[in-house]
Design a protein around this ligand. Structure first.
Ligand SMILES: Cc1cc2nc3c(=O)[nH]c(=O)nc-3n(C[C@H](O)[C@H](O)[C@H](O)COP(=O)(O)OP(=O)(O)OC[C@H]3O[C@@H](n4cnc5c(N)ncnc54)[C@H](O)[C@@H]3O)c2cc1C
Length: 362
């Protein structure tokens, strides 16, 4: 007899299992359909001994001290701050766009104030922002939109920015200073011994049992339990009764090279060239020393694992139908990126999971 069954051993499932087992001293069964814990944040040492992220590069960053302190119970940190360059017009320049980006691109020598004036001159003030294209053009004008955003968005979503809600690009920063960090959150880092170690530490409790390689629907009727916490896709839970929610997927192409270093920074974006969106070199992120290096190229695709909910109004409306069904259920809690059909960063998943625990779990 379990007090809680948790479907999914990703970040949301692990945080809740850990809290329920440690704080409430209750019995938890975690059911995971993959052959490993950790969900999309899972990492492992590849055959050459290099630590890689199976589902794409993950960097932990947050402004929420409670979240940072909570995760710090399960790991020490390698104090890494992510840097990204974009390959544009045959050279690599910092992204998000900042003073250095513009000076390199236009072979200029702007000061901060001159750059502010430059943006004022080139930006196209729209009366109404109807979509993501309007949003970007209203900040940086048409030319920079075309160099950095238009084709990258098309590759990523198979949609042009003009077909996406304004919110998709609303939070993309454009800086007039020389801050070359990708994230500006107060707390940033990489777990010193990898993400999987965090999950192992969270689940290491006699109250927690784990079943791997099992889809919950194949076993749930044979298990005695009081409450269910579901972190899988919400449409699958309800047998797709309102149709399949659309997702964008990725194909990851890993390559290990016989050299110590491949590129200048952790990630290089390719907005206009090639079919992949970006290349990440893991050793930059993890600080690992090794005589070889592993990189991953990301190819967006419509087939495969569900990674990114597609941010269009019709999809949100479809999700709301499922959400209304979920709210009718007693003793079943829906949490995490798949159950809430939202793109969440890891810190948001921790925040939401802790909120659920402290407000609703007894
Ligand atoms: C390419 C990429 C890069 C990212 N980079 C970052 C980053 O740099 N920083 C950051 O903060 N966030 C990043 N994220 C987001 C991060 O991956 C998520 O915030 C986090 O993994 C969400 O955790 P979760 O528990 O909600 O979902 P998941 O990690 O997806 O866990 C859900 C689990 O449920 C399991 N499951 C599903 N259905 C069933 C079923 N029927 N039966 C049993 N088990 C089931 C799944 O196998 C999965 O393991 C990135 C995401 C992607 C796709």
């Amino acid at each position: 007899m379990y007090n809680y069954v948790i479907v999914g051993a990703g970040l949301a499932g692990c945080v809740l299992a850990e809290r329920i087992a440690n704080v409430l001293n209750k019995k938890v069964l975690v059911i995971e359909k993959r052959n490993h814990i950790g969900g999309n944040a899972y990492d492992y040492f590849n055959e050459d001994g290099i630590l890689v992220h199976k589902y794409g590069p993950h960097i932990f960053h947050t402004n929420n001290k409670k979240v940072w302190d909570y995760i710090s119970n399960f790991t020490d940190w390698y104090h890494y701050q992510h840097r990204v360059l974009a390959y544009v017009d045959g050279q690599t320049v910092p992204i998000p766009i900042n003073l250095d980006t513009i000076n390199m691109l236009y072979n200029a020598n702007f000061t901060q104030n001159q750059l502010k004036e430059f943006f004022e001159k080139i930006r196209d003030t729209k009366e109404e922002i109807l979509n993501s294209e309007d949003m970007v053009i209203s900040k940086v004008g048409k030319e920079l939109y075309e160099k950095f955003f238009k084709e990258y968005t098309k590759k990523q979503w198979d949609l042009y920015p003009s077909e996406l809600e304004p919110e998709v690009t609303a939070r993309i920063p454009v800086r007039t200073n020389r801050d070359g960090r990708y994230f500006t959150d107060k707390y940033q880092g990489m777990p010193k011994h990898g993400y999987t170690k965090i999950f192992e530490n969270m689940l290491n409790n006699k109250n927690i049992h784990i079943m791997l390689n099992v889809d919950f629907k194949d076993v749930i009727d044979d298990i005695e339990y009081e409450n269910l916490i579901y972190t899988g896709p919400i449409d699958y839970y309800f047998d797709y009764k309102y149709g399949k929610l659309p997702y964008r997927s990725l194909r990851f192409e890993f390559e290990t090279l016989d050299c110590e270093k491949y590129q200048e920074v952790g990630t290089v974006n390719y907005p206009n060239d090639y079919d992949f969106t970006r290349i990440t070199e893991f050793k930059h992120l993890t600080g690992q020393k090794h005589y070889k290096t592993t990189i991953v190229r990301e190819y967006p695709s419509s087939e495969g694992e569900p990674y990114y909910p597609i941010p269009q109004k019709k999809n949100i409306e479809q999700y709301k139908l499922y959400e209304a069904e979920a709210q009718k259920l007693k003793n079943v809690f829906f949490i995490g990126r798949l159950a809430n059909y939202k793109y969440y960063n890891m810190d948001k998943v921790v925040e939401e999971s802790l909120k659920l625990f402290y407000q609703n779990i007894k």
